[in-house]
Design a protein around this ligand. Structure first.
Ligand SMILES: [Zn+2]
Ligand SMILES: [Zn+2]
Length: 96
């Protein structure tokens, strides 16, 4: 976490998967479920970018990234919301 604050490492939305999927834990506004890139910046210039592992929720109002609640599991293949205890996606049959 040290690097997150001191080293210019930030997060940037790559793709919105589900608009209004959750609520911001800080300001209570609508938050989107997103895929994100981690971005390393030097002197405010992005020098390196790589994809984040998990989907996260992103608040449009206060620009906060935070992990989705457990109840919001989505299928990696078809991006539909599924029950977290499911082992297979009921929509496309992929293993989760
Ligand atoms: Zn917010
Ligand atoms: Zn699926």
């Amino acid at each position: 976490m040290f690097f997150f604050f001191a080293g210019g490492l930030g997060q940037q939305v790559r793709q919105v998967l589900k608009s209004g999927a959750g609520k911001c834990i800080r300001c209570g506004s609508e938050a989107d479920l997103v895929d994100y890139d981690k971005v390393l910046k030097l002197f405010f210039v992005p020098v390196w970018r790589w994809p984040g592992k998990d989907q996260v929720l992103h608040c449009r109002d206060c620009d906060l990234f935070f992990p989705p609640p457990i109840s919001l599991a989505t299928c990696r293949f078809c991006d539909r919301v599924v029950e977290p205890e499911f082992r297979f996606c009921p929509f496309c049959g992929s293993s989760l």
